[in-house]
Design a protein around this ligand. Sequence first.
Ligand SMILES: Nc1ncnc2c1ncn2[C@@H]1O[C@H](COP(=O)(O)OP(=O)(O)O)[C@@H](O)[C@H]1O
Ligand SMILES: [Mg+2]
Length: 368
Amino acid sequence: MSDLTLNDVHKYYGDVHAVRGVSLDVAEGAFTVLVGPSGCGKSTLLRMIAGLEEIDSGDIVIGGQVVNRLRPKDRNIAMVFQNYALYPYLTIFDNIAFGLRAHRVREPEVARRVRETAAMLGIADLLERHPRQLSGGQRQRVAIGRAIVREAGLFLFDEPLSNLDAQLRDEMRAELKRLHQDIGKTMIYVTHDQIEAMTLADRIVLLNEGRIEQEGAPLDLFERPRTRFVAGFLGSPQMNFIEATAMTDGAGTGFRIDAQNTLSLEHVPDGITDGQAVVLGIRPEHFSRDDSRPHCQPLDVVIDLVQPTGTRTHVQFPVGGRQVTAELGAHDVEPPGTRVRLMVDMRRLVLIDPATDRVIGKEGERGS
Ligand SMILES: Nc1ncnc2c1ncn2[C@@H]1O[C@H](COP(=O)(O)OP(=O)(O)O)[C@@H](O)[C@H]1O
Ligand SMILES: [Mg+2]
Protein backbone atom coordinates (compact mmCIF):
# COMPACT_ATOMS: atom_id res chain seq x y z
CA MET A 1 0.00 0.00 0.00
CA SER A 2 1.17 3.48 -0.77
CA ASP A 3 1.27 5.73 2.24
CA LEU A 4 2.11 8.96 0.46
CA THR A 5 1.58 9.95 -3.14
CA LEU A 6 2.64 13.12 -4.91
CA ASN A 7 0.93 13.83 -8.24
CA ASP A 8 2.65 16.32 -10.53
CA VAL A 9 3.43 18.77 -7.73
CA HIS A 10 4.71 22.25 -8.67
CA LYS A 11 5.97 25.14 -6.58
CA TYR A 12 6.99 28.64 -7.60
CA TYR A 13 8.66 31.31 -5.48
CA GLY A 14 8.04 34.32 -7.73
CA ASP A 15 10.04 33.50 -10.86
CA VAL A 16 11.85 30.55 -9.28
CA HIS A 17 10.23 27.27 -10.34
CA ALA A 18 11.50 25.37 -7.30
CA VAL A 19 9.57 22.09 -7.78
CA ARG A 20 8.81 21.13 -11.39
CA GLY A 21 6.25 18.38 -11.59
CA VAL A 22 7.26 15.80 -9.01
CA SER A 23 5.27 12.54 -8.91
CA LEU A 24 6.17 9.99 -6.31
CA ASP A 25 4.76 6.97 -4.48
CA VAL A 26 6.08 6.15 -1.03
CA ALA A 27 5.28 2.70 0.30
CA GLU A 28 4.05 2.30 3.86
CA GLY A 29 6.91 1.61 6.24
CA ALA A 30 9.62 2.52 3.73
CA PHE A 31 12.65 4.71 4.41
CA THR A 32 12.76 7.09 1.45
CA VAL A 33 15.62 9.54 1.02
CA LEU A 34 15.26 12.69 -1.08
CA VAL A 35 18.78 13.60 -2.09
CA GLY A 36 20.31 16.15 -4.43
CA PRO A 37 22.54 19.22 -4.52
CA SER A 38 21.75 22.34 -2.55
CA GLY A 39 18.83 24.29 -4.02
CA CYS A 40 17.29 21.37 -5.94
CA GLY A 41 14.00 21.65 -4.02
CA LYS A 42 14.33 18.99 -1.29
CA SER A 43 13.24 21.15 1.65
CA THR A 44 10.45 22.73 -0.37
CA LEU A 45 9.10 19.29 -1.21
CA LEU A 46 9.28 18.13 2.40
CA ARG A 47 7.64 21.31 3.68
CA MET A 48 4.82 20.89 1.18
CA ILE A 49 4.25 17.33 2.43
CA ALA A 50 4.17 18.67 5.98
CA GLY A 51 1.77 21.45 5.01
CA LEU A 52 4.21 24.23 5.93
CA GLU A 53 4.32 25.42 2.33
CA GLU A 54 1.42 25.67 -0.11
CA ILE A 55 1.58 23.83 -3.43
CA ASP A 56 0.85 25.70 -6.66
CA SER A 57 -0.54 22.70 -8.53
CA GLY A 58 -0.80 18.94 -8.19
CA ASP A 59 -1.95 16.74 -5.33
CA ILE A 60 -0.49 15.39 -2.14
CA VAL A 61 -2.23 12.26 -0.88
CA ILE A 62 -1.50 10.84 2.58
CA GLY A 63 -3.06 7.52 3.58
CA GLY A 64 -5.57 7.79 0.74
CA GLN A 65 -6.70 11.32 1.60
CA VAL A 66 -5.88 14.43 -0.49
CA VAL A 67 -4.33 16.78 2.06
CA ASN A 68 -3.61 19.82 -0.16
CA ARG A 69 -5.74 22.05 2.02
CA LEU A 70 -5.23 20.30 5.35
CA ARG A 71 -3.38 22.18 8.08
CA PRO A 72 -0.03 20.74 9.26
CA LYS A 73 -1.41 19.60 12.61
CA ASP A 74 -4.17 17.63 10.88
CA ARG A 75 -1.81 15.61 8.68
CA ASN A 76 -0.60 13.11 11.32
CA ILE A 77 3.02 14.02 10.56
CA ALA A 78 6.08 14.56 12.76
CA MET A 79 9.09 16.48 11.48
CA VAL A 80 12.73 16.90 12.58
CA PHE A 81 14.72 19.84 11.22
CA GLN A 82 18.43 20.56 10.92
CA ASN A 83 18.08 23.49 13.31
CA TYR A 84 16.03 21.83 15.99
CA ALA A 85 15.13 24.26 18.75
CA LEU A 86 14.62 22.73 22.17
CA TYR A 87 12.88 24.79 24.86
CA PRO A 88 15.84 25.91 27.01
CA TYR A 89 13.89 26.34 30.26
CA LEU A 90 12.14 22.99 30.08
CA THR A 91 13.66 19.70 31.16
CA ILE A 92 14.35 17.04 28.56
CA PHE A 93 11.27 15.18 29.82
CA ASP A 94 9.10 18.25 29.32
CA ASN A 95 10.65 18.96 25.92
CA ILE A 96 9.75 15.49 24.70
CA ALA A 97 6.33 15.65 26.37
CA PHE A 98 5.45 19.05 24.91
CA GLY A 99 3.67 17.87 21.76
CA LEU A 100 1.75 15.18 23.63
CA ARG A 101 0.47 17.64 26.22
CA ALA A 102 -0.49 20.06 23.44
CA HIS A 103 -2.62 17.24 22.06
CA ARG A 104 -4.17 16.73 25.52
CA VAL A 105 -2.74 13.28 26.06
CA ARG A 106 -3.32 12.27 29.70
CA GLU A 107 -0.37 12.53 32.10
CA PRO A 108 0.19 8.81 32.88
CA GLU A 109 0.21 8.12 29.13
CA VAL A 110 2.61 11.06 28.57
CA ALA A 111 5.01 9.63 31.15
CA ARG A 112 4.82 6.16 29.68
CA ARG A 113 5.50 7.34 26.12
CA VAL A 114 8.28 9.77 27.05
CA ARG A 115 10.12 7.08 29.05
CA GLU A 116 9.68 4.49 26.31
CA THR A 117 10.98 6.90 23.64
CA ALA A 118 13.89 8.04 25.79
CA ALA A 119 14.88 4.42 26.43
CA MET A 120 14.79 3.68 22.71
CA LEU A 121 17.09 6.64 22.01
CA GLY A 122 19.47 5.97 24.90
CA ILE A 123 18.65 9.21 26.74
CA ALA A 124 16.60 7.76 29.61
CA ASP A 125 19.04 9.04 32.23
CA LEU A 126 18.98 12.61 30.87
CA LEU A 127 15.27 13.32 31.36
CA GLU A 128 15.69 15.64 34.36
CA ARG A 129 18.40 17.74 32.73
CA HIS A 130 18.05 20.93 30.70
CA PRO A 131 19.14 21.26 27.04
CA ARG A 132 22.27 23.30 27.87
CA GLN A 133 23.57 20.34 29.92
CA LEU A 134 23.53 18.08 26.85
CA SER A 135 26.03 17.52 24.05
CA GLY A 136 25.07 18.24 20.45
CA GLY A 137 24.40 14.59 19.74
CA GLN A 138 22.26 14.18 22.85
CA ARG A 139 20.25 17.26 21.90
CA GLN A 140 19.70 15.88 18.43
CA ARG A 141 18.40 12.67 20.02
CA VAL A 142 15.96 14.72 22.08
CA ALA A 143 14.76 16.45 18.90
CA ILE A 144 14.21 13.06 17.28
CA GLY A 145 12.51 11.83 20.46
CA ARG A 146 10.16 14.79 20.40
CA ALA A 147 9.08 13.75 16.91
CA ILE A 148 8.76 9.99 17.38
CA VAL A 149 6.96 10.22 20.74
CA ARG A 150 3.99 11.56 18.81
CA GLU A 151 3.44 8.18 17.13
CA ALA A 152 2.62 10.00 13.90
CA GLY A 153 1.90 8.09 10.69
CA LEU A 154 4.63 9.79 8.70
CA PHE A 155 8.03 11.05 9.84
CA LEU A 156 9.86 13.78 7.95
CA PHE A 157 13.53 14.62 8.49
CA ASP A 158 15.26 17.62 6.91
CA GLU A 159 19.05 17.20 7.13
CA PRO A 160 18.83 16.36 10.85
CA LEU A 161 22.50 15.39 11.14
CA SER A 162 24.13 18.25 9.23
CA ASN A 163 25.16 20.17 12.33
CA LEU A 164 26.94 17.23 13.96
CA ASP A 165 30.63 16.44 13.62
CA ALA A 166 31.62 13.56 11.36
CA GLN A 167 31.93 10.79 13.96
CA LEU A 168 28.67 11.66 15.69
CA ARG A 169 26.94 11.89 12.33
CA ASP A 170 28.02 8.32 11.52
CA GLU A 171 26.74 7.10 14.90
CA MET A 172 23.41 8.90 14.62
CA ARG A 173 22.98 7.65 11.06
CA ALA A 174 23.26 4.07 12.26
CA GLU A 175 20.88 4.80 15.15
CA LEU A 176 18.29 6.29 12.84
CA LYS A 177 18.45 3.27 10.59
CA ARG A 178 18.05 0.99 13.61
CA LEU A 179 15.17 3.13 14.86
CA HIS A 180 13.43 2.71 11.53
CA GLN A 181 13.98 -1.06 11.66
CA ASP A 182 12.50 -1.11 15.17
CA ILE A 183 9.42 1.06 14.70
CA GLY A 184 8.83 0.37 10.99
CA LYS A 185 7.17 3.74 10.33
CA THR A 186 7.16 5.53 7.00
CA MET A 187 10.07 7.97 6.95
CA ILE A 188 11.09 10.58 4.40
CA TYR A 189 14.56 11.92 4.89
CA VAL A 190 16.16 14.86 3.10
CA THR A 191 19.91 15.19 2.69
CA HIS A 192 22.47 16.54 0.23
CA ASP A 193 24.92 13.84 1.38
CA GLN A 194 25.07 10.88 -0.98
CA ILE A 195 26.63 8.61 1.67
CA GLU A 196 23.70 9.28 4.01
CA ALA A 197 21.34 8.59 1.14
CA MET A 198 23.02 5.32 0.16
CA THR A 199 23.33 3.99 3.71
CA LEU A 200 19.88 4.94 5.04
CA ALA A 201 17.50 4.50 2.15
CA ASP A 202 15.28 1.65 1.09
CA ARG A 203 14.57 3.92 -1.84
CA ILE A 204 16.51 6.93 -3.10
CA VAL A 205 14.82 9.76 -4.96
CA LEU A 206 17.54 11.81 -6.62
CA LEU A 207 16.42 15.37 -7.38
CA ASN A 208 18.00 17.81 -9.79
CA GLU A 209 16.68 21.33 -10.40
CA GLY A 210 13.22 20.61 -9.05
CA ARG A 211 12.73 17.34 -10.92
CA ILE A 212 13.25 13.66 -10.12
CA GLU A 213 16.35 12.62 -12.04
CA GLN A 214 16.07 8.94 -11.09
CA GLU A 215 14.64 6.87 -8.25
CA GLY A 216 15.21 3.34 -7.08
CA ALA A 217 17.01 1.13 -4.59
CA PRO A 218 20.44 2.54 -3.64
CA LEU A 219 22.48 -0.08 -5.47
CA ASP A 220 20.20 0.12 -8.46
CA LEU A 221 20.96 3.83 -8.87
CA PHE A 222 24.62 3.28 -8.16
CA GLU A 223 25.07 0.45 -10.63
CA ARG A 224 22.54 1.47 -13.29
CA PRO A 225 22.53 5.26 -13.51
CA ARG A 226 20.47 6.57 -16.41
CA THR A 227 22.16 9.94 -16.69
CA ARG A 228 25.58 11.49 -16.23
CA PHE A 229 24.17 13.46 -13.31
CA VAL A 230 23.20 10.32 -11.39
CA ALA A 231 26.47 8.58 -12.27
CA GLY A 232 28.43 11.56 -10.99
CA PHE A 233 26.33 12.29 -7.90
CA LEU A 234 26.55 8.87 -6.26
CA GLY A 235 29.98 7.51 -5.36
CA SER A 236 33.05 8.90 -3.65
CA PRO A 237 35.55 9.62 -5.09
CA GLN A 238 33.34 10.60 -7.99
CA MET A 239 33.07 8.61 -11.21
CA ASN A 240 35.62 9.75 -13.81
CA PHE A 241 34.28 11.07 -17.12
CA ILE A 242 36.69 10.74 -20.03
CA GLU A 243 35.95 11.97 -23.55
CA ALA A 244 36.61 9.42 -26.27
CA THR A 245 35.77 8.43 -29.83
CA ALA A 246 34.12 5.12 -30.67
CA MET A 247 35.80 2.75 -33.13
CA THR A 248 33.48 0.09 -34.47
CA ASP A 249 35.15 -1.34 -37.53
CA GLY A 250 38.38 -2.31 -39.21
CA ALA A 251 41.62 -2.32 -37.30
CA GLY A 252 40.22 -2.28 -33.79
CA THR A 253 36.99 -1.83 -31.91
CA GLY A 254 36.69 0.16 -28.72
CA PHE A 255 37.31 3.74 -27.65
CA ARG A 256 40.17 6.07 -28.58
CA ILE A 257 40.91 8.57 -25.83
CA ASP A 258 43.98 10.25 -27.34
CA ALA A 259 47.06 9.40 -29.38
CA GLN A 260 48.49 7.24 -26.56
CA ASN A 261 45.38 5.71 -25.05
CA THR A 262 42.82 3.33 -26.47
CA LEU A 263 40.51 0.98 -24.61
CA SER A 264 39.60 -2.05 -26.71
CA LEU A 265 36.16 -3.59 -26.48
CA GLU A 266 35.24 -6.56 -28.62
CA HIS A 267 31.56 -5.68 -28.88
CA VAL A 268 30.78 -2.00 -28.88
CA PRO A 269 27.08 -1.68 -27.92
CA ASP A 270 24.52 -1.44 -30.70
CA GLY A 271 23.62 2.03 -31.79
CA ILE A 272 27.12 3.42 -31.42
CA THR A 273 28.65 4.33 -34.75
CA ASP A 274 32.25 4.61 -35.89
CA GLY A 275 33.72 7.98 -34.98
CA GLN A 276 30.89 8.85 -32.55
CA ALA A 277 31.86 10.97 -29.56
CA VAL A 278 31.18 9.22 -26.23
CA VAL A 279 32.00 9.92 -22.61
CA LEU A 280 33.48 6.97 -20.73
CA GLY A 281 32.31 6.80 -17.13
CA ILE A 282 34.80 4.87 -15.01
CA ARG A 283 34.47 4.58 -11.24
CA PRO A 284 37.75 4.95 -9.32
CA GLU A 285 37.32 1.46 -7.83
CA HIS A 286 37.14 -0.10 -11.28
CA PHE A 287 40.83 0.48 -11.89
CA SER A 288 43.32 -2.08 -10.62
CA ARG A 289 46.97 -3.10 -10.86
CA ASP A 290 46.10 -6.75 -11.47
CA ASP A 291 46.57 -7.57 -15.18
CA SER A 292 45.44 -11.19 -14.79
CA ARG A 293 41.74 -10.33 -14.37
CA PRO A 294 39.38 -10.98 -17.27
CA HIS A 295 37.54 -8.19 -19.10
CA CYS A 296 40.21 -5.63 -18.24
CA GLN A 297 42.08 -3.31 -20.58
CA PRO A 298 45.25 -1.35 -19.83
CA LEU A 299 45.84 2.39 -19.60
CA ASP A 300 49.43 3.56 -19.28
CA VAL A 301 49.54 6.63 -17.07
CA VAL A 302 51.93 8.79 -15.07
CA ILE A 303 50.84 9.20 -11.46
CA ASP A 304 50.93 12.80 -10.26
CA LEU A 305 49.21 12.63 -6.85
CA VAL A 306 48.96 9.90 -4.20
CA GLN A 307 46.43 10.05 -1.34
CA PRO A 308 46.40 7.12 1.10
CA THR A 309 43.22 6.75 3.17
CA GLY A 310 44.46 3.77 5.18
CA THR A 311 42.08 1.22 3.72
CA ARG A 312 42.61 2.23 0.09
CA THR A 313 44.91 4.60 -1.77
CA HIS A 314 43.63 7.18 -4.28
CA VAL A 315 45.99 8.08 -7.10
CA GLN A 316 45.51 10.81 -9.69
CA PHE A 317 46.91 11.10 -13.20
CA PRO A 318 46.06 12.93 -16.42
CA VAL A 319 44.30 11.01 -19.22
CA GLY A 320 42.92 12.58 -22.37
CA GLY A 321 43.55 16.07 -21.02
CA ARG A 322 41.77 15.66 -17.72
CA GLN A 323 42.57 14.52 -14.17
CA VAL A 324 41.46 10.98 -13.41
CA THR A 325 41.27 9.30 -9.99
CA ALA A 326 41.82 5.59 -9.36
CA GLU A 327 41.23 3.81 -6.08
CA LEU A 328 43.84 1.12 -5.54
CA GLY A 329 44.93 -1.17 -2.74
CA ALA A 330 46.43 0.58 0.29
CA HIS A 331 49.93 -0.60 -0.61
CA ASP A 332 49.66 -0.16 -4.40
CA VAL A 333 51.58 3.07 -4.00
CA GLU A 334 54.14 4.52 -6.38
CA PRO A 335 55.63 7.98 -5.95
CA PRO A 336 54.41 10.82 -8.17
CA GLY A 337 56.15 10.78 -11.55
CA THR A 338 56.02 6.99 -11.87
CA ARG A 339 54.62 5.49 -15.07
CA VAL A 340 52.25 2.64 -14.28
CA ARG A 341 49.88 0.37 -16.14
CA LEU A 342 46.36 0.44 -14.72
CA MET A 343 43.69 -2.04 -15.74
CA VAL A 344 40.16 -0.82 -16.44
CA ASP A 345 37.26 -3.23 -15.84
CA MET A 346 35.45 -2.91 -19.17
CA ARG A 347 32.29 -4.63 -17.90
CA ARG A 348 31.72 -1.72 -15.53
CA LEU A 349 32.23 1.00 -18.11
CA VAL A 350 29.33 3.47 -18.29
CA LEU A 351 28.91 4.96 -21.77
CA ILE A 352 27.35 8.40 -21.98
CA ASP A 353 26.12 10.32 -25.00
CA PRO A 354 27.69 13.81 -24.63
CA ALA A 355 24.88 15.33 -26.69
CA THR A 356 22.18 14.31 -24.19
CA ASP A 357 24.15 13.36 -21.04
CA ARG A 358 22.13 10.14 -21.01
CA VAL A 359 23.64 6.73 -20.47
CA ILE A 360 23.79 4.72 -23.72
CA GLY A 361 22.25 1.26 -23.83
CA LYS A 362 18.96 -0.17 -22.70
CA GLU A 363 18.17 0.06 -19.02
CA GLY A 364 19.79 -2.75 -17.09
CA GLU A 365 21.89 -3.86 -20.04
CA ARG A 366 25.19 -2.46 -18.82
CA GLY A 367 26.72 -2.35 -15.38
CA SER A 368 26.20 -5.25 -13.01
N1 LIG B 1 10.94 31.10 0.83
C1 LIG B 1 11.55 31.13 -0.37
N2 LIG B 1 11.50 32.22 -1.15
C2 LIG B 1 12.10 32.27 -2.37
N3 LIG B 1 12.81 31.24 -2.89
C3 LIG B 1 12.92 30.13 -2.15
C4 LIG B 1 12.31 30.01 -0.86
N4 LIG B 1 12.60 28.78 -0.37
C5 LIG B 1 13.34 28.17 -1.32
N5 LIG B 1 13.54 28.97 -2.38
C6 LIG B 1 14.27 28.62 -3.61
O1 LIG B 1 13.74 27.41 -4.10
C7 LIG B 1 14.76 26.55 -4.56
C8 LIG B 1 14.72 25.24 -3.78
O2 LIG B 1 15.05 25.50 -2.43
P1 LIG B 1 15.11 24.37 -1.32
O3 LIG B 1 13.87 23.56 -1.40
O4 LIG B 1 15.41 25.03 -0.01
O5 LIG B 1 16.35 23.50 -1.80
P2 LIG B 1 17.21 22.38 -1.01
O6 LIG B 1 16.51 22.06 0.27
O7 LIG B 1 17.26 21.25 -1.97
O8 LIG B 1 18.57 22.96 -0.80
C9 LIG B 1 16.06 27.32 -4.41
O9 LIG B 1 16.32 27.95 -5.63
C10 LIG B 1 15.73 28.33 -3.35
O10 LIG B 1 16.52 29.48 -3.48
MG1 LIG C 1 17.16 22.21 2.28
